[in-house]
Design a binder for this molecule. Structure first.
Ligand code: ATP
Length: 358
């Protein structure tokens, strides 16, 4: 990959400070208005680089079914995910300090709108490198803390979670701003827009919307609700605080993942140990029944029971310690394998007490 060094885009010192901020709320809640004002304020006050990605601007009108209409939900979902892919290409460039490449299989008109959106906000510029056109990062995008505001309704938490996953993948900051605007106000503002949405769409979204819920979802803990229309100025300190916290505390991908894997492993091995324990108990009681049928003397029966139970305990202890001989190639304990090992050792003991071989 070619770097932007030497051009205006230069490699930054130390890890990049980057935050993805999801704006959510009903249509006409004032998200785009708020995002523009917030971007301007943070560029001036904090000296950050800010990119506002308004989904309505980037997803081309050719996808709209008619004036003021949106694509079907399934189509919108695909377009939203495609846009996130574009965003990921930009993030990869920022994180690595290299040029931005174009994803294969892209929707050309949408990609062009995305590029225009970044260019208009002085985050990238076009260049020709070895006779090929490419996009280089502007110096501001790599040398300052970078805030990317994603402006869409994001009314389901699953939509927001996709952005969180992206933040986790690249260890970026993540936060959410929910513009809480009364339904009536949204309907009224929407009605005054030149390309108004059908009122029914807003009613429907009002019923479906899943507000950020930090108590239920740990990943939503960096969330703030802003009461609109009173919103912007009163909330500015709280918003800046939230963004600073998110910027300084990126989502830790590796750590979370390792912790989760360890938890999964413990749960999984506990379940397997339980299953093995039950299987070995059954084998022991079946063997004792056979020994009685074989008329093994009571004193020998007692010794046999003691030896078999000791063997069972040793097997389980071995499994708990992660003895490799019971692991199949997938590194999980193979119960049939454990059982056949146990049968083998059990038969050696049984031979001592039974008159016949087993
Ligand atoms: N705080 C406010 N007070 C009064 N009017 C507002 C306020 N914020 C936005 N508006 C007006 O409401 C309308 C919708 O605003 P805006 O486009 O910002 O909403 P939105 O949430 O981004 O909508 P959508 O989700 O449909 O894109 C605009 O006409 C805008 O001028």
């Amino acid at each position: 990959m070619k770097t932007a060094d030497g051009a205006r885009g230069t490699r930054s010192e130390g890890p990049r400070k980057l935050v993805l901020c999801v704006l959510c709320g009903l249509p006409a809640a004032g998200k785009s208005t708020f995002a523009r004002a917030l971007g301007q304020r943070l560029r001036q006050e904090q000296g950050w680089a800010v990119g506002v990605v308004a989904y309505d601007d980037v997803i081309p009108e050719t996808f709209l079914d008619g004036a003021g209409a949106r694509p079907r939900p399934s189509q919108w979902k695909l377009l939203r995910q495609e846009l996130l892919k574009y965003l990921e290409y930009f993030l990869m460039a920022v994180v690595s300090g290299c040029q931005m490449s174009a994803p294969p299989n892209r929707t050309e008109a949408m990609w062009e709108d995305f590029i225009t959106c970044l260019k208009d906000q002085d985050l990238i510029f076009s260049a020709v490198f070895e006779a090929q056109s490419c996009y280089l990062l502007m110096k501001t995008a790599v040398s300052r803390p970078l805030l990317l505001i994603l402006d869409d309704n994001f009314y389901y938490q699953s939509m927001r979670y996709e952005v969180y996953q992206l933040a986790r993948k690249y260890s970026l900051g993540f936060c959410q701003l929910f513009l809480d605007c009364p339904l009536e106000t949204c309907l009224q503002r929407n009605g005054q827009r030149p390309r108004a949405l059908p009122a029914e769409t807003i009613h429907l979204m009002g019923r479906k919307i899943e507000k950020p819920n930090p108590e239920k979802n740990a990943w939503e803990h960096n969330s703030l609700t802003i009461q609109s229309p009173a919103c912007a100025s009163e909330a500015s300190l709280e918003v800046t605080d939230l963004l600073c916290i998110a910027l300084e505390n990126p989502v830790k991908y590796v750590e979370d993942n390792v912790k989760q894997k360890e938890t999964d492993r413990i749960i999984c091995s506990t379940n397997i140990l339980h299953k093995v324990d039950q299987t070995l108990r059954r084998i022991v009681s079946q063997t004792m029944k056979e020994a009685k049928d074989e008329q093994v003397l009571p004193y020998n029966l007692k010794l046999l029971a003691e030896e078999l139970n000791k063997l069972k305990t040793e097997f389980l202890e071995d499994l708990r310690q992660g003895n490799k001989k019971y692991l199949c190639f997938q590194q999980t304990i193979d119960i049939p394998d454990v059982t056949s090992f146990f049968h083998y050792e059990k038969d050696n003991i049984v031979q001592k007490y039974f008159s016949k071989q087993h």
